[in-house]
Design a protein around this ligand. Structure first.
Ligand SMILES: C[S@@+](CC[C@H](N)C(=O)[O-])C[C@H]1O[C@@H](n2cnc3c(N)ncnc32)[C@H](O)[C@@H]1O
Length: 271
């Protein structure tokens, strides 16, 4: 069963404000795979561990219906607050017991979430709910992210790397699964027809303040904050100051480009 990160109200609110948008590159990859393996129609997609709903909303234009589920009530509340899309809904639920009928789902996906699941139970459920040839797509990004701005990108990225080193002691052991690029998860996928795509570059234009908010939303930053609030807050403040100084600007609203490396596991249920 999942560990209980992400469940507090304040943490869920940070998620809503500071989590990356759905990546077009990854959605394209998943949709092409689903088209090749199962073909249309694309009736139902289930986004497991949907958090505050960014990943589910990104799938909305391509499916008749998208359902986002998350173990955390607080995350689901945040997801429901967002501008309504008629074909997207969110509800509380767990990856290990999917509340869907047998052979009723075209795509099961999880964005930056599968490392929290009990994979054995999750895969049994995926196998049960997917239609024949339906697909599962599990993707995640790797941190630290690089920051690009004028000619000081290398320096900015170095500042981020240093900051992330301070957070390492607060990481859950599940972070190792992400560092291993979901190697264990790939092995745990029970479908014979499976593949992985690595080095998917995701770029997003954000303000420096947003980048700091993203760090604040990380489960291991929250662990640090609980253990030593002053040190955690000071780390963020110092990092922001260092970044602004290196950029030669004074406003946290200054826009930079963040670049993250992502990977995606894809698999298709037998006919
Ligand atoms: C890092 S967040 C990712 C959220 C979102 N998909 C995104 O891309 O921003 C991981 C989410 O997985 C949820 N989660 C963890 N274990 C879960 C489980 N066993 N079943 C359902 N949701 C789970 C957490 O509550 C959290 O909202």
């Amino acid at each position: 069963m999942a560990t209980h990160f992400f469940e507090e109200k304040e943490h869920a609110t940070l998620y809503q404000k500071y989590r990356p948008f759905a990546s077009t590159e990854i959605n394209d990859l998943i949709l092409k795979y689903l088209e090749k393996k199962k073909g249309k129609p694309f009736s139902l997609a289930v986004d497991v561990g949907c958090g505050s709903g960014q990943s589910s909303r990104g799938l909305a234009p391509f499916f008749d219906k998208v359902v986002g589920i998350d173990v955390s009530e607080a995350q689901i509340e945040e997801a429901k607050k967002m501008r309504g899309l008629d074909n997207v809904s969110h509800r509380q639920g767990v990856a290990e017991k999917l509340d869907f009928k047998d052979a009723s789902v075209d795509l099961v996906t999880a964005a930056a979430a599968a490392h929290w699941f009990d994979m054995e139970k999750f895969m049994k459920e995926v196998d049960r709910v997917l239609k024949p040839k339906g697909c599962v797509a599990l993707h995640c990004y790797q941190l630290p992210f690089a920051i690009h701005y004028n000619n000081c990108s290398e320096h900015l990225t170095q500042i981020m790397e240093e900051m992330f080193k301070t957070l390492v002691p607060y990481e859950s052991e599940r972070r190792q699964i992400v560092r291993n690029k979901y190697k264990e998860i790939f092995e745990a996928i029970t479908f014979f027809d499976k593949e992985r795509v690595d080095n998917i570059l995701i770029k997003q234009e954000v303000s420096i303040s947003w980048a700091m908010g993203f760090i604040e939303s990380l489960s291991y930053y929250q662990t640090f904050l609980k253990k030593d609030p002053e040190a955690a807050k000071s780390l963020l403040e110092r990092t922001e100051q260092k970044l602004l100084k290196a950029m030669g600007v004074s406003s946290g609203d200054t826009v930079v480009e963040i670049r993250m490396n992502s990977f995606c596991l894809l698999a298709s249920k037998p006919e």
